[in-house]
Design a protein around this ligand. Structure first.
Ligand SMILES: [Zn+2]
Length: 79
């Protein structure tokens, strides 16, 4: 077992190279798939805009996905 903790919920991660626990890792994968889908619908959409629009959907977005979206938006500089 590793002592590395999920950056979002502080649960232990499966592998020390992981940033998130298995729940949030899954949510991150869904988030990325969602972004790719949206990219097909919009001509241009930055990842940040996507995250912001997603968070604007409120309760339609699963809590785990929202966690990851907020994390990426506010704590990650992914330029
Ligand atoms: Zn987590």
């Amino acid at each position: 077992m590793s002592d590395v903790k999920c950056k979002i919920c502080q649960n232990k991660v499966e592998k020390s190279s992981d940033k998130f626990c298995s729940n949030h890792k899954l949510a991150k994968t869904k988030l990325q798939n969602g972004y790719e889908l949206w990219l097909k619908a919009y001509d241009t959409l930055s990842y940040d805009d996507f995250l912001q629009q997603l968070l604007g959907l409120g309760d339609l977005v699963g809590i785990l996905i929202k966690d990851v979206a907020e994390f990426e938006l506010y704590f990650q500089v992914s330029k």
